[in-house]
Ligand binder design. Structure first.
Ligand code: PSU
Ligand code: MN
Length: 309
């Protein structure tokens, strides 16, 4: 008995030939961005991966199967669907058994990618330790997944709606390498700087690929978190975004928003409060991450090809 995976023709061909593949999540489509920008972005992200020399594999659960690689028609349907489950590790089996439609978060996308033999995944920002976690206990399952599942995740750091120092502490405890690209500072999603130094730095995608392969040789479980700053032209400086983040957090607290609803609520409020600027930044950083992920995937594919000689 094996996992119920369905591959798109493009992904099936890449798997057969050992071509580099980049996994992409679907929660960003269903819960992270409004329609129609969500679908437009998903298509642009896939194109960015292809232009950079890899094959995109957007992942979602539909009709009792984990789909690895979606058609344009499937992307469009997902982008407009109501009642889509937000899937983390805990929800995947129930969604599959119930025949429901589910969008994969970072954690669930890592699980599906690993089942499909895909080692690199690009997203916007990972989930992390929420502010007030000392009383709410709200810590994203994404962090534990990074500790358990050997997929390199390219993100623009963790969202500034989170408690970034606590997120770094948990990642350190879990043994997850956090690697900043091109700068010492941990990026903070909409802003390039967080004011916190990332534990590790690598500027060359080939080094990130080599380090992924080295972790496998060492028998270390878990993945790497690659923290890729948003391009300077698209960033919202920290002084500008932080007051808006504080306002959205206060609204969430007043509204009693909890559990899975927190991240989508905050992203939606920021979109409105910034007049759409947060969404433009989000789109730019995901595209930037997709391009870097493709280069890392190519580096890993080269190394794997050499190993098999
Ligand atoms: N990055 C984005 N937009 C998103 C997310 C990440 O740019 O919507 C999603 C991811 O799927 C991530 C999830 O795994 O938010 C985290 O949710 P939570 O905090 O409930 O674990
Ligand atoms: Mn949570």
């Amino acid at each position: 008995m094996t996992a119920p995976l369905t591959f798109s023709p493009e992904v099936a061909e890449a798997r057969a030939s050992g071509a580099p593949i980049v996994a992409l999540e679907s929660t960003i489509i269903t819960h992270g961005m409004p329609f129609p920008q969500n679908v437009e972005t998903a298509i642009k992200v896939e194109a960015a991966v292809r232009e950079a020399g890899a094959v995109p594999a957007t992942i979602a659960v539909m009709g009792g199967r984990i789909h690895v690689g979606l058609s344009a028609e499937e992307l469009d349907r997902l982008g407009q669907a109501k009642d889509v489950m937000k899937l983390s590790r805990a929800d995947m089996a129930a969604c599959l058994v119930g025949g429901r439609t589910g969008a994969t978060t970072v954690a669930a996308t890592m699980i599906a990618a690993h089942l499909a033999g895909i080692e690199v995944f690009a997203t916007g920002g990972i989930g992390g330790v929420h502010r007030g976690a000392e009383t709410s206990f709200d810590i994203s399952a994404d962090l534990q997944e990074l500790a358990a599942t050997p997929v390199t995740v390219v993100a623009a750091g963790a969202k500034a709606i989170l408690d970034l120092p606590k997120t770094l502490e948990v990642l350190e405890t879990l043994g997850v390498p956090v690697i900043a690209v091109g700068q010492d500072d941990l990026p903070a999603f909409w802003s390039r700087a967080s004011g916190l130094k990332a534990p590790l730095r690598m500027d060359d995608p080939a080094d990130i690929a080599a380090s992924h392969v080295m972790r496998a040789r060492l028998g270390l479980p878990g993945g790497q978190l690659i923290a890729n700053p948003i391009p300077a032209t698209d960033e919202i400086p920290r002084e500008v975004i932080m007051p808006v983040v504080e306002q959205a957090l206060a609204e969430a607290a007043r509204g009693g928003i909890s559990a899975k609803a927190v991240t989508p609520f905050l992203l939606d409020r920021l979109f409105t409060l910034t007049g759409g600027q947060s969404l433009q930044a989000n789109i730019a950083l995901v595209l930037n991450n997709a391009r870097l992920a493709a280069r890392i995937a190519a580096g890993i594919a080269r190394t794997r090809a050499q190993e098999s000689h």
